[in-house]
Design a protein around this ligand. Structure first.
Ligand code: 3PG
Ligand code: CO
Length: 581
């Protein structure tokens, strides 16, 4: 059913609303661990943050501090069930976060849908499973089944239990030969945890292999260097994966464990940065992909699955020379792009995210704006629009991508924050949009590096950009909604779950944390003075999350809010109330 927005009291006089997503900037109250006698002594807050590795609180952020001290500040839930993940132990991530922001409600997400499909057995009954796994040629060993994806329990892109379920399913189907192409994680899990998952996989394979079932690892590499690029940021990442997984080209090792241990010894690689490798048996790669083989990419999340899926299925592919392009039976764990129908075959149906904010606003002829740098560009377009790469109405949607640098972001933690601010401010002055959204990648991308000092700078860079946009907001009649999609830079060191104290490694150094956090995110509405009515935050919504933002935007813009969206966070008061700080 479509839904028509009604303008109750349209924004007049070129008023605008801009949502700013500070990616990976979770909120922890800087005063929480400080005794009351010490509370007001300046200087203590940063040092506490330095000890615990909280780069958000350690950073110099005068603008964010101003926002946080406002009466229109609150936090929002951004992890676990509040964003459609299986449990509240699941940290948030950009896909589920931006889906919730852009769709105004919470959908059961990939991680959860795949779990259910496995538990109910439906995953093994669908057409994709039949066509890709249930083939005679796999049962009589004429062809091989390949499984490729991220080897961890991060639950952001994949889960190792899903891989195990697929392998078991293939065995019951009568498949005889399976080859695995595994990407080491260290980004959604601890930076040096690969061995844990390799040992798990090894003992699983030992159990399941038999005279009639031969499942082995054939190739792999670190996820940021091999295969899992996104938003066409750097196709050479995918090319390296293609060469290792498909062609069997790359440095050879006797086993997965041997590859990871040797490479780590040679250079202090973090798991995510490991170079590509191929497992060699009797002088030959153990599992190249051949004509008529079957291939499943078992990650459920789409952004980093799209390019490899294209490389494996696209006839007229130009992004790198494939050398050899075997015709294969290909399926994704999910369909990664609903507009492109990519891939055609998929094991689990993705969440049916419909009637997104962009779509409703297009139907109401509202001009929109989205901007980020490459690394997060798809977050404010594709994820925001329910995992669709296209536009609803090109005339109303202005999307601007600032190319990201191809460097480790801890080397330039300011990333493209200044350029994003430049373009955004220009569009504010030009009145080119009525409702917009932008994303600053810094807190997240630098947070993933595990480099605390760089993460502090990354958050300061976002704050600087924020200050410029706040100034422009005053001059251009723009209301800002400043939020984050999930935490990351707020915990750069591993903390004990119970005591919240830093965990140290064998050398007495804090154990670095590269993954996201369970933190709530900040949410502030700024510059509501331009509205005729007074705005305050509702006080009866302690459990509100990212999905409440879409209605809040509509409310501020003077539209009715759809009853199928989560409610707005604000109320209008006719009387001017004194703001109590
Ligand atoms: C990545 O893909 O970089 C991480 O796994 C998740 O990061 P994001 O959810 O912030 O994009
Ligand atoms: Co991230």
């Amino acid at each position: 059913k479509s839904f028509q927005l009604n303008r109750i009291s349209p924004l007049s006089g070129n008023k605008k609303i801009l949502t700013i997503v500070m990616d990976g900037v979770g909120y922890t109250n800087p005063n929480a661990n400080i005794t009351s006698e010490l509370k007001n002594q300046k200087g203590l807050l940063p040092s506490e943050a330095f000890i615990t590795g909280n780069a958000v609180n350690a950073a110099y952020t005068p603008n964010l501090d101003t926002l946080i001290s406002s009466s229109l500040f609150r936090t929002l839930k951004a992890h676990g069930t509040a964003v459609g993940l299986p449990s509240d132990d699941d940290m948030g991530n950009s896909e589920v976060g931006h889906n919730a922001l852009g769709a105004g409600r919470v959908f059961a997400q990939g991680a959860k849908l795949v779990n259910s499909a496995i538990h109910s057995g439906k995953i093994f009954e669908g057409i994709a499973w039949k066509q890709v796994v249930g083939r005679e040629e796999l049962k009589n060993k004429k062809n091989t089944l390949h499984l490729c994806g991220l080897l961890s329990d991060g639950n952001v892109h994949s889960h190792i239990d899903h891989l195990f379920a697929l392998i078991k399913g293939a065995k019951s189907e009568g498949v005889q030969k399976v080859r695995l192409h595994v990407l080491l994680d260290g980004r959604d899990v601890g930076p040096l945890t690969a061995t844990e998952y390799i040992l798990k996989l090894d003992s699983f394979l030992k159990e399941i292999n038999s005279n009639h079932f031969d499942c082995k690892v054939a190739s792999g590499g670190g996820r940021t260097f091999v295969t899992m690029d996104r938003y066409e940021s750097d196709w050479s990442i995918v090319e390296r994966g293609y060469q290792a997984h498909i062609l069997g080209e790359g440095r050879g090792f006797s086993s997965l464990l041997n590859a990871v241990e040797t490479l780590r010894q040679e250079k202090n690689y973090y798991d995510q940065d490991l170079p590509p490798f191929v497992i060699i048996d009797q002088g030959k790669p153990l599992g190249t992909v051949e004509e008529n083989d079957s291939f499943i990419f078992f990650n459920f999340r789409g952004d980093r699955a799209i390019e490899i899926s294209r490389a494996l299925t696209e006839q007229n592919f130009k992004s790198f020379p494939r050398k050899r392009f075997p015709k294969i039976y290909y399926a994704g764990m999910m369909q990664y792009d609903g507009d492109l129908k990519l891939p055609e075959l998929f094991l689990v149906t993705p969440p049916a995210i419909d009637r997104t904010l962009t779509e409703l606003l297009c139907n109401a002829s509202v001009k929109q704006f989205a901007c980020s740098e490459t690394q997060k560009f798809g977050h404010v377009t594709y994820f925001w629009n329910g995992n669709r790469s296209g536009k609803f109405n090109a005339e109303l949607e202005n999307y601007i991508e600032i190319p990201s640098d191809l460097i480790p972001f801890q080397e330039r933690p300011w990333m493209k924050s200044a350029e994003i601010a430049d373009i955004t401010i220009k569009n504010m002055y030009d009145n080119s949009f009525e409702i917009g959204r932008i994303n600053f990648a810094n807190g997240d991308m630098v947070g993933h590096s595990g480099d605390f000092a760089a993460a502090v700078l990354s958050v300061a860079a976002v704050d600087l950009a924020l200050g410029r946009i706040m100034k422009a907001a005053k001059e251009t009649n723009t209301i800002l909604i400043v939020v984050a999609d999930h935490g990351n830079a707020d915990e750069m060191y591993e903390l004990d779950k119970k005591t919240k104290k830093v965990i140290f490694d064998d050398n007495g150094k804090p154990k670095l944390k590269t993954s996201h956090t369970l933190a709530p995110v900040p949410c502030v509405i700024y510059n509501t003075e331009i509205l005729e009515k007074n705005v305050s935050l509702k006080t009866d919504m302690p459990n509100a999350g990212l999905a409440n933002i879409a209605s809040t935007i509509l409310d501020l813009a003077g539209f009715n809010t759809p009853d199928f969206y989560e409610p707005s966070l604000i109320e209008f008061n006719s009387e001017k109330k004194k703001i109590l700080k």
